[in-house]
Design a protein around this ligand. Structure first.
Ligand code: ADP
Ligand code: ZN
Length: 741
């Protein structure tokens, strides 16, 4: 192949490219070398795409005249280390997804777009060598006291000082420019030091651990340097975070980094502050609230070993950490660890894989572990650690059910509940009211003919919102004016039905005019600082009513809340999803856990129309473990996870019949090769068949063994990929689905 001789290396580059095709592509190498993990620009059909080199090969199946050369190499050093490449390849295989698209998830947007990997936006100042040399005669000298002082500062900070910091210290741009003109100072990229340079990583003292915490911490840290998964099951307020913090100390002591994954809404500034207050090493943070520049910065600080700790949400699992020594997944049961579109991965599960690859311990922490994790602990795959006591002086809250039947209700709140709230507020305490539904009311009905206002694009009612007034579909985001007339009978008696947080806020404000009502839901916290301001007000300790959705359930520590009220526990208990009951139990236990975390005892009141429901009975006896047992029995009976394994094939199309027809054909084809270890159920319409104007259908694959499941899904995906489908007909595969919606 004479055309190849121009290239100094006769290997082929095997490149992962962001296309849905589940395969890799070979290219001729460019003149500059490109190692695995580097980004390259390659021709792909008529386009140029950014791909990532996975390996160098000595042979290829591609015909010589079809091979094209790489256009350019974007990184001199690998951007993604072998570990992350390996994790992404594992992920792509397990979730039956394209490797190229999986790798793109591992990169911050700027790098995905081909921008250079450096801390571009943050200008730093440095002293030049001139200042250090001793040949005094030739050396230009600073012209003013201010210049001298600036120069001294720069010289004593060889890693550079940021322009913002200099400005804060009172050095004007003019002073610095003058030094630059005399070749005494220059600007450039910061050269951060690895965290291991910090001699004393501890900034403030650890708390004295109680016996259970000390034992857990000891067992976890004795596992450093090898893979092992721990389930740290600790009741709410038992001090799991303190165990994490002290396990991190041991990890830093051996020069290793810690990755802390937290749920989407758990990553508040308060969470990060807890880590930064304890440690002097840089703590990087990756969450959805960052802009692209901040995200790149956080990623680089972690990837270059400058940060000792990375706190991140779901996608943080793919961040390069050259010295990874410990992985913590807080609130491991949380639904936000599972991505619900495109690549439907579960970061909690990938944490186990990453721990195995990096040979480091993985800690899964929760007060309400998922059944999957409890199952693994019971099988002995995970080491089960318990924190049964609340830390410090806090006692477990007293839980009670409030039978709503035949009670006088004020917009869904029983008189008895309002009286209890008044008592707690009068004693100077705070009260929390939980309702997992935002807006004013979940539907609107015509009092004359019974017509409900529905979304034209979804099988769903429109939610009424008051601030600002409009109708909103929470499924497709359609927003409309509030109708004056019934679309059915033109009548004018349209009434809101049911309660959302806005309506309860109004009722509570009328009932308790002397106490502030702080509503915390997605609508009131949309602005970046809004949540922080409200949290500060709660932490001030003044009596108030905190009203909110599940945003309130996670992690928050409000020592002055003594009463927690759950407005309606019933909705989730009768959900169509087999995980409905598990989720409701977790939510109730987590919300209840917000009560009585300080020195004052806590009380929890759960309103229900089904006080005899066995699941509720177990939950109010504060016994999550027996509650979980009852769910296990049910799942075993039905062969559902964690007993068996599931994959869900979804189709959707604007044409009502297409989705069903494709799954029928798929089922037929699968039936021909099906083994008896696999059960295929469906096709059935999704619980909400029509959503955003698209008709959605499901085919469920059930197996007792993962290998059988994957073999079946592989055959199905191959079939689906081989079909020429109309554009509007889409299919997706979901391994270990969390939501059956
Ligand atoms: P969890 O995450 O298990 O719900 P946290 O870690 O938030 O609990 O701890 C709850 C409270 O208990 C926090 O205010 C924390 O500072 C305090 N705490 C934790 N461990 C101890 C301890 N050993 N002694 C005293 N207070 C502690
Ligand atoms: Zn809709």
């Amino acid at each position: 192949m004479s055309s190849n001789s121009a290239y100094h290396c006769n290997k082929y580059l095997r490149v992962a490219i962001p296309t849905p095709l589940r395969r890799l592509f070979d290219y001729l190498p460019p003149t500059t070398p490109a190692a695995p993990g580097c980004r390259v620009v390659v021709p792909f059909g008529p386009r140029e795409l950014i791909g990532i080199v996975l390996s160098l090969e000595t042979s290829t199946d591609v015909a010589a005249d079809k091979l094209k050369p790489v256009i350019s190499v974007l990184d001199q050093e690998p951007l993604l280390p072998a570990q992350v490449l390996g994790l992404c390849q594992w992920t792509a295989r397990y979730y039956h997804y394209s490797v190229g698209e999986t790798l793109m998830l591992a990169l911050p947007k700027n790098l995905r777009q081909g921008k250079p990997a450096f801390y571009g936006t943050v200008v730093h100042w440095f002293a030049t060598d001139w200042f250090a040399t001793d040949s005094r005669q030739e050396k230009p000298s600073p012209r003013s006291k201010k210049q001298s002082a600036a120069l001294e500062l720069l010289a004593s900070n060889p890693e550079g000082v940021s322009a913002t910091e200099l400005k804060d210290l009172g050095f004007s741009q003019n002073v610095l420019k003058a030094l630059e003109k005399n070749e005494l100072a220059y600007t450039g990229e910061p050269t951060p030091q690895p965290f291991t340079h910090i001699k004393e990583p501890l900034k403030s003292a650890h708390l004295q651990l109680n016996a259970e915490q000390a034992y857990a911490c000891e067992v976890i840290t004795s596992g450093l340097g090898g893979y092992r998964t721990f389930l740290l099951e600790g009741v709410t307020g038992s001090g799991k975070t303190e165990v994490y913090l002290q396990a991190i100390a041991a990890t830093l002591a051996i020069g290793k980094q810690t990755l802390v994954l937290v749920p989407e809404i758990g990553l508040t500034p308060q969470t990060v502050r807890r880590f930064r207050d304890r440690y002097a090493v840089p703590v990087a943070c990756l969450n959805s609230g960052l802009n692209d520049g901040e995200r790149l910065q956080g990623w680089l600080v972690a990837a270059r070993g400058t940060a000792g700790i990375l706190i991140a949400t779901r996608s943080g699992i793919f961040t390069p950490l050259p010295h990874l020594g410990l992985i913590i997944v807080d609130e491991e049961h949380d639904g936000s660890y599972k991505q619900q579109d495109t690549l439907r991965y579960n970061a909690r599960d990938l944490a186990i894989i990453r721990g195995q690859q990096s040979n480091c311990p993985v800690v899964l922490g929760s007060a309400t572990p998922s059944l999957e994790t409890l199952h693994n602990a019971r099988l002995g795959k995970y080491t089960h650690l318990h924190l049964r006591q609340r830390a410090g002086n806090a006692r477990p809250p007293a839980m009670a059910l409030l039978d709503m039947r035949r009670q006088t209700l004020h917009d869904g709140l029983a008189t008895e509940l309002l009286q209890k709230m008044a008592m707690h507020l009068d004693m100077g305490n705070q009260v929390m009211v939980f309702l997992n539904r935002r807006g004013y009311a979940p539907s609107m009905i015509c009092h004359d003919c019974g017509t409900l206002i529905d979304c034209p694009h979804c099988d769903a009612h429109m939610t009424i919102h008051r601030y600002p007034p409009h109708m909103h579909c929470h499924h497709c985001d359609l927003q409309q004016a509030i109708p004056r007339q019934c679309p059915g009978c033109q009548g004018r008696k349209l009434r809101p039905v049911g309660q959302g947080t806005e309506r309860i806020e109004q009722t509570l404000s009328q009932h308790f005019p002397n106490h502030p009502v702080l509503r915390i839901d997605r609508d009131t916290t949309r602005k970046k600082l809004a949540l922080g301001t409200m949290l500060d007000e709660i932490h001030s300790g003044k009596p108030c009513i905190v009203l909110g959705t599940q945003m309130l359930a996670k992690g928050h520590h409000f020592p002055d809340v003594t009463l927690v009220a759950i407005v309606n526990a019933d909705a989730g208990l009768f959900s169509a999803d087999f995980r409905g009951c598990e989720r409701t139990g977790q939510l109730i236990t987590q919300v209840a856990g917000r009560a009585g975390r300080g020195n004052k005892p806590g009380q929890v009141i759960i309103q229900t129309y089904n006080p005899q429901h066995p699941a509720l009975q177990l939950l109010v006896s504060n016994n999550y473990s027996r509650f979980a047992d009852s769910l296990f029995a049910e799942r075993r009976h039905l062969n559902l996870p964690p007993q068996g394994y599931l994959a869900l094939v979804r189709t959707e199309s604007a044409h009502p019949q297409e989705s069903e027809a494709l799954l029928m054909a798929l089922r037929q084809c699968a039936g021909e090769q099906q083994d008896d270890q696999v059960t295929i159920l469906g096709p059935i319409p999704a619980p909400m068949e029509k959503r955003q104007g698209r008709f959605r259908w499901h085919l469920l694959v059930q197996a007792n063994n993962r290998n059988h499941l994957h073999r079946q899904v592989n055959a199905m995906v191959s079939y689906l990929e081989s079909q020429r489908l109309p554009r509007q007909l889409k299919w997706t595969v979901d391994i270990d689905p969390q939501e059956m919606s």
